[in-house]
Design a protein around this ligand. Structure first.
Ligand code: CMP
Length: 140
């Protein structure tokens, strides 16, 4: 299996509860390596741009408001089959549906405040990584 990269966000509900380390530990235990990481306050424009694919959805406004409601930690994760590995450890979008032991089952508060974002494909991972990181900020 090839070593690939994916993009992750530790969302405001998790940073607010001081869970950055706990979430990152779950990612590392799942075989993912943090090769870039920064804590940022997302701007309205950044959040709208990042989630542009969802702009026709009824939850778009609330999603953007939530993502700018506090700091987030954006990360690049590396590992074998990183996109799938990360999605497996994150669990289902809605924590009510998330499997035991997953990050969202353990930590998420709701479908919106669901603690983490992870890319859904390698193609989107490359786009999302480039949205927040310069190549020289990623050190494998
Ligand atoms: P994420 O993986 O960051 O991608 C889009 C986000 O929209 C998703 O996680 C959820 O946190 C959020 N969201 C809020 N409401 C809904 C909803 N009803 N259905 C799907 N996603 C939602």
């Amino acid at each position: 299996m090839a070593v690939t990269r994916t993009f992750s966000i530790i969302k405001p509900d998790a940073t607010r509860r001081n869970l950055t380390g706990a979430v990152t530990a779950k990612l590392e235990e799942a075989g993912l390596r943090v090769v870039a990481s920064k804590r940022i306050q997302m701007s309205q424009a950044q959040a709208e741009g990042f989630y542009a694919v969802h702009k026709e959805r009824p939850f778009f406004g609330e999603l953007v408001s939530f993502m700018v409601s506090g700091p987030v930690v954006v990360q690049v994760l590396e590992g074998e089959d990183a996109v799938k590995r990360n999605r497996d450890i994150m669990g289902a979008t809605n924590p009510k549906d998330a499997a035991d032991g997953t990050i969202r089952k353990l930590f998420a508060e709701s479908i919106e405040a669901n603690s983490v974002h992870g890319s859904d494909s390698e193609e989107n991972a490359a786009i999302e990584i480039a949205f927040f990181f310069k190549p020289e900020e990623i050190v494998g």
